[in-house]
Design a protein around this ligand. Structure first.
Ligand code: PMP
Length: 424
């Protein structure tokens, strides 16, 4: 995946240090001004959800104060303004993910719903008994359970690309698993546990040559690395606004228009129809065919400001910044001899996700102790229980970085980990 700087023009980026001016960025995030247990909040849980800059918070409040009206339903000024804000974001998102056709952008609630839509709509019409669905061992439950449900219903067979000891996909095994029965390949671009950036171009290329449809889970990639759906040529891409500075409750499913056109609606109701009779109905054009009921148009309007914010910095710059943090964090965490660090430990193929297991302190205890120092990390199975089973551990601790984190945050994490060791 090309993660080079595409837009280093941003003045809040110092190319010599390859770092963003985090103190200036933090000023935009009111929550980062608060204290937790009397300490500065060190937020290292952005893989779960990101914090929101003022422009997003203000956009939401501005929308409700000045524009609010249901979309596509009325011809009055407010409804027209609300509808155009909603449709304008579709164009913006299409450009953000590489200049794809905006008719392929469907608004959902989150990545989970986007992936379920593919399984329930595309899957039910195209998958039959004996067909194979190829996933990986590192998938989030959102990219496992919809396919488990589909396989139970259709009799399809689930296969998984194994994960190697260094947290990367076993590509030799992938080529062996891919065969004429493989109807669909669905892979996360970046693992939410290992941080691994998977070689998705290669996977898509091979899958397409094999005649398989491809789905990318972009929940952890779209917020952090340049994710160009057009160049990748994926058939579907799913991601969530809340992980990329946007509001909760908005997800995106990008699908190639020619595939979306062949799919049956996922939900029925207002807004997705062309004509309804008592016992029959025909569907609206794509993408509206997949957007039944009143959508979350206010949050969509606020999401627009999140995209603007990310674009002002530049996704290439964000990747460079996180690469520096990754290199630093991996180096520091490897200094602990009682801590197992998972993932590639290589910033070239790892996003800013650091998952570890302390051989004496349970991840939940670790997280609680760190919280006393104002440090927010996550402990648990991270919705990747099969990966935990593979590593034979019940849970891990995970720190994850974003644009408002710097090396100082990693230093505070390390200091608090040392304190925890002394405590136990
Ligand atoms: N896939 C991955 C890789 C994720 O990290 C997440 C969120 N943790 C999801 C899917 C699900 O995202 P959401 O909860 O926004 O549906």
């Amino acid at each position: 995946m090309d993660t080079t700087i595409n837009d280093a023009k941003s003045e809040i980026y110092d190319p010599s240090r390859k770092m963003l001016d985090v103190s200036r960025i933090r000023e935009d995030f009111p929550i980062l001004q608060r204290q937790v247990h009397g300490k500065r909040l060190v937020y290292l849980d952005s893989a779960a959800t990101s914090q929101k800059p003022n422009c997003v918070i203000n956009a939401l409040s501005f929308f409700y104060r000045t524009i609010n009206a249901n979309i596509h339903r009325g011809v009055h000024t407010l409804s027209e303004e609300s509808s155009s804000a909603y449709e304008a974001l579709r164009e913006k998102i299409a450009n953000f993910i590489g200049g794809v056709d905006a008719r392929g952008i469907v608004f959902t609630r989150n990545t989970t719903e986007s992936l379920n839509m593919v399984a329930l709509s595309w899957g039910k019409s195209n998958i039959k008994e004996g067909d194979e669905i190829l996933l990986t061992e590192m998938e989030h439950h959102s990219n496992l359970v919809p396919w488990i449900l589909l396989a139970k219903e259709t009799g399809a067979v689930l296969k998984h690309i194994p994960v190697t000891d260094n947290g990367t996909l076993d590509m030799a095994a992938f080529y062996k698993l891919l065969n004429k029965k493989t109807k669909l390949v669905s892979v996360s671009i970046v693992s939410n546990v290992l941080g691994t950036i998977n070689p998705v171009e290669e996977i898509i290329d091979a899958a397409h040559k094999n005649g398989s449809v491809t789905v990318l889970d972009g929940a952890q990639s779209v917020p952090h690395i340049v994710t160009d759906a057009k160049t990748l040529d994926c058939d579907f891409l799913a991601f969530s606004a809340h992980k990329m500075l946007g509001p909760t409750g908005i997800g995106v499913l990008y699908g190639k228009p020619e595939i979306l056109e062949q799919m049956e609606p996922y939900l029925g109701g207002g807004g997705m129809i062309e004509q309804v009779e008592l016992c029959n109905a025909t569907w609206a054009e794509i993408p509206w065919k997949f957007e039944a009921g009143t959508p979350n148009y206010a949050d969509v309007a606020a999401f627009s400001s999140a995209i603007d914010y990310l674009e002002r910095i530049g996704m290439g710059v964000i990747r460079e910044h996180e690469k520096e943090i990754t290199e630093y964090a991996v180096e520091k965490l490897l200094e602990f001899d009682d801590l197992i660090l998972y993932g590639p430990q290589d910033p070239e193929i790892q996003a800013g996700v650091f998952t570890f297991f302390h051989n004496k302190i349970h991840p939940h205890d670790l997280s609680t102790i760190l919280d006393r120092d104002g440090i927010a990390i996550r402990a648990g199975h991270h919705c990747a229980q099969p990966l935990m089973m593979k590593y034979k551990i019940p849970a891990t601790a995970r720190a994850s970085a974003y644009i408002y984190n710097d090396k100082e945050d990693i230093d505070e994490l390390v200091e608090s980990l040392n304190k925890a060791k002394r405590f136990f």
